[in-house]
Design a protein around this ligand. Structure first.
Ligand SMILES: *Cc1c(COP(=O)(O)O)cnc(C)c1O
Length: 413
């Protein structure tokens, strides 16, 4: 629930899983066609996105070694932390140490720990979140009683950050701001210049950056992926990531939180102490044998696997953008350049018996057995978030069904 200042304290009732469960209830059981799930972001459901055999082998070897049946330290085991430090250092102008890396149960636990730690270390703190964004931040902030404020992303400008808006939201209690790049839900990829401006804004405000890079390297257009940590000397960056998306193994629950702070200012901060305390108190870490497989997974994954995944996404994004643009009551302001989603706007004035994005998604599920996410779930009412990480023929089928649905519900001239 927001007040006039865009502040949010009370738990929003909406979560992606909750909304999708409700839409699934509306499916028509008599429809013999395949249900096409483009609502949440788990492409492991599609056989073309099976992870690489070398990653599976690494897990098997790790289990079979019998050496990793033990509890893990709360920050993760050393060889795994070192492997992640080296992996991320490849793309940075300085070298990370294993001490910069904290292993977490997916990127999700990293978000939980950071937000909880901020709230515990400063009860009046607030953080800035992008809108549209990833609603788990709002959900967890509400749960840990942390105030959030939303800065807008601009659809007319490739979903760049509205810096004027962002700066106006910050006050003396603002401690950090989140950026998601490559972007969920918009499929945008920020340029190096834009990321640098973000870091400079953080420095101006005297705060740190939480960089959600769970879609790192999943880019397929002109803008390459640049890690926010590149600008860690301008303002401290806490990078959150995981294997879930790049290796398409969200069920393995392997994530990390990394301090990208070459000036060493942040490591000794109150917030960082609070983060480590939270990790220690929860004493939860990814399963030890999964952690132990990381060095081998990283070493043995061939470029060809990453290339194949990105190629499937590139073609899928093209199909999605072209076909959606053929549908009059849907507009797609930006062609996705990364990630797995696209945001499209509904032109409700052109539709007859659909009053908003939620009704659109409910009726689409009932009539066409296609699941898409109402934009209101990610902060933009009367938009839709559509997953395109899907095999191409299924995606084309889904887009045909969406088109037929829109034609059926279009206002008669
Ligand atoms: C999927 C996702 C996460 C959660 O990642 P897990 O590793 O599955 O916990 C976090 N942030 C964003 C933006 C995501 O899309």
């Amino acid at each position: 629930m927001e007040n006039g200042n865009g502040k949010l304290k009370v738990a929003p009732a909406i979560t992606i899983r909750g909304v999708i469960a409700k839409i699934m209830q509306n499916l028509n059981k008599d429809d013999q066609r395949q249900i096409i799930p483009l609502g949440n972001g788990d492409p492991s459901a599609f056989p073309c996105f099976r992870t690489t055999l070398s990653a599976e082998d690494a897990i098997v070897d790790s289990v079979r070694s019998g050496k990793f049946n033990c509890y893990s330290p709360s920050v993760g085991i050393l060889q795994a932390r070192r492997a992640i430090a080296d992996y991320l250092s490849n793309d940075l102008p300085y070298k990370l140490s294993p001490d910069d890396v904290y292993l977490t149960i997916g990127c999700t636990q990293a978000i939980e720990v950071v937000l909880t730690a901020i709230s515990l270390s400063n009860p009046v703190a607030n953080i800035l979140l992008p809108r549209p964004g990833y609603p788990f931040y709002e959900t967890w902030a509400a749960f840990s009683n942390l105030e959030v404020r939303h800065y807008d992303l601009l659809p007319g400008q490739s979903w760049e950050v509205d810096f004027e808006d962002l700066e106006a939201l910050a006050d003396q209690n603002t401690v950090g701001m989140v950026i998601i790049n490559p972007g969920n839900p918009c499929g945008n990829v920020y340029t190096s210049q834009h990321l640098k401006k973000f870091a400079e804004m953080a420095r101006k405000l005297g705060i740190f950056v939480i960089a959600d890079e769970v879609y790192d390297h999943l880019t397929f257009a002109n803008t390459p992926f640049v890690p926010m940590g590149t600008f860690g000397s301008i303002a401290p960056v806490l990078t959150l990531g995981s294997m879930s998306k790049r290796w398409i193994v969200p069920g393995w629950r392997l994530g990390w939180m990394v301090t990208c702070d070459p000036n060493g200012k942040f490591q000794n901060s109150m917030i960082m102490k609070s983060i480590i305390e939270c990790l220690e108190i929860s004493s939860e870490a990814p399963p030890t044998f999964i952690q132990a497989a990381i060095p081998q997974i990283i070493e043995n994954t061939k470029e060809a696997f990453f290339f194949k995944v990105v190629e499937i996404l590139r073609v899928a994004a093209n199909i999605c953008f072209d076909k959606l643009n053929e549908i009059p009551c849907i507009s797609c302001p930006c062609k996705p350049e990364g990630c797995m989603f696209v945001m499209v706007k509904l032109n409700l004035l052109m539709m007859d018996d659909i009053s908003d994005d939620v009704e659109f998604s409910l009726k689409l599920a009932k009539e066409e057995s296609v699941i898409v996410l109402p934009g209101v779930t990610v902060g933009l009412k009367n938009w839709l978030r559509i997953l395109f990480a899907c095999d191409h023929s299924t995606l084309e089928d889904a887009l045909r069904r969406i088109k037929a649905f829109c034609e059926r519900h279009a206002k008669k001239q």
